[in-house]
Design a protein around this ligand. Structure first.
Ligand SMILES: Nc1nc2c(ncn2[C@@H]2O[C@H](COP(=O)(O)OP(=O)(O)O)[C@@H](O)[C@H]2O)c(=O)[nH]1
Ligand SMILES: [Mg+2]
Length: 316
């Protein structure tokens, strides 16, 4: 996907910030920079207090040295914000790369509706295009529709899907599906396996225990697997995503994050809060519903898409 398209998809977040700034400047063009209002804008974009506090301290320190009024003042403030965000995000930029392990097993984690199944399909599409043989595993056995959804994707992108028919007690056992998938992947000489999992269970058992069990079982089918435990978080849920992230991270040790639905929210700043919270690589971002709408996370590109190109956040 082209840089300009990513920029376009993040338009809602950018508008929130740029229009807010334009309003501030328009209100009193020669007045001192209203730092409380800038802070409120950043919080409104869901950057989170943990991120905004240190950024504002830096903005205050920068502006303190010289009179900061009107548009020029806001421009300097936003330059500081931009630099601080880049510093925070640059270490999180580390795209998903399949290592020598074959097959490379990627397990997708996250609550219902976060975009796991879609992301599994997007990843499968990406690796298939790169010439890899991909197998998908339908270990979300919570509802039959979840298995069908993955099968539809598999047919569309040309990847085999491993699934089990539901048992008499309800859905199939997710750990058993995971095991079968990895075995099948090994047998077929697959390069990559994407394992979809449930965000909820039909049994009373604990989701986190179930996920730990899947990790164990997958490791038995192929020592060292799953190589990537990819947490999928929906940007539109805002700060709730942070609690989810913590929860999954404690349970299974997340190795990477995908932030989805950045195209549909004005709260793209949540990505920064997540990066701050987990301190694990942000692998990709989801910017739409089709198989191509997954891009590697690039810190500079993201900050630019969030704040606007140099100056245009105050020049609209
Ligand atoms: N706009 C947008 N929608 C997405 C994105 N990723 C997933 N979705 C949609 O979110 C909904 C839930 O996705 P799904 O993959 O089924 O979530 P799961 O329950 O975690 O497997 C579906 O309607 C997807 O099309 C994204 O990056 N952008
Ligand atoms: Mg799903």
């Amino acid at each position: 996907m082209k840089l300009s398209s990513v920029f376009q998809r993040l338009q809602k977040s950018r508008s929130l910030l740029s229009e807010g700034l334009a309003r501030l400047i328009g209100r009193a063009p020669e007045a001192p920079v209203d730092l409380a209002a800038v802070e409120a804008l950043l919080l409104g974009a869901d950057l989170g207090v943990g991120v905004v506090d240190p950024i504002m301290a830096r903005v205050r320190a920068t502006l303190g040295e010289a009179p900061a009024r009107g548009e020029a003042g806001y421009r300097r403030a936003m330059e500081t914000v931009r630099a601080a965000l880049l510093e925070r995000l640059a270490p999180c930029q580390s795209p998903l790369e399949i290592t020598a392990a074959k097959p490379y097993v990627i397990m997708l984690l996250g609550v219902n509706g976060s975009g796991k199944t879609t992301t599994a399909a997007k990843l499968a599409e990406r690796f298939r295009r790169a010439g890899c043989r991909v197998v998908l595993g339908a270990a979300d056995t919570f509802r039959a529709a979840a298995v069908e959804q993955l099968q539809v994707w598999g047919a569309r992108i040309g990847a085999e899907v491993i699934a089990q028919p539901p048992s008499r007690q309800g859905g199939a056992d997710p750990a058993a599906v995971a095991f079968d998938t990895v075995q099948a992947g090994v047998a077929r000489g697959a390069d990559v396996i994407c394992l979809d999992t449930a965000g909820r269970l039909h049994t009373k058992s604990n989701l986190m225990e179930e996920l730990k069990k899947i990790v164990r079982v997958v490791g038995k089918a192929l020592p060292g697997a799953p190589h990537e435990r990819l947490l999928v978080l929906d940007a539109t849920v805002g700060q709730n995503g942070l609690a989810q992230a913590r929860y999954f991270h404690e349970a299974v040790g997340v190795t990477g994050v995908v932030v989805t639905k950045l195209d549909g929210t004005a709260k793209g700043g949540i990505l920064v809060a997540i990066a701050h919270e987990l301190n694990v690589p942000i692998r990709c971002i989801g910017v739409g519903e089709s198989a191509e709408d997954l891009v590697d996370f690039n810190a500079e590109q993201f900050v630019e898409a969030l704040l606007g190109k140099e100056g245009d956040q105050v020049m609209r």
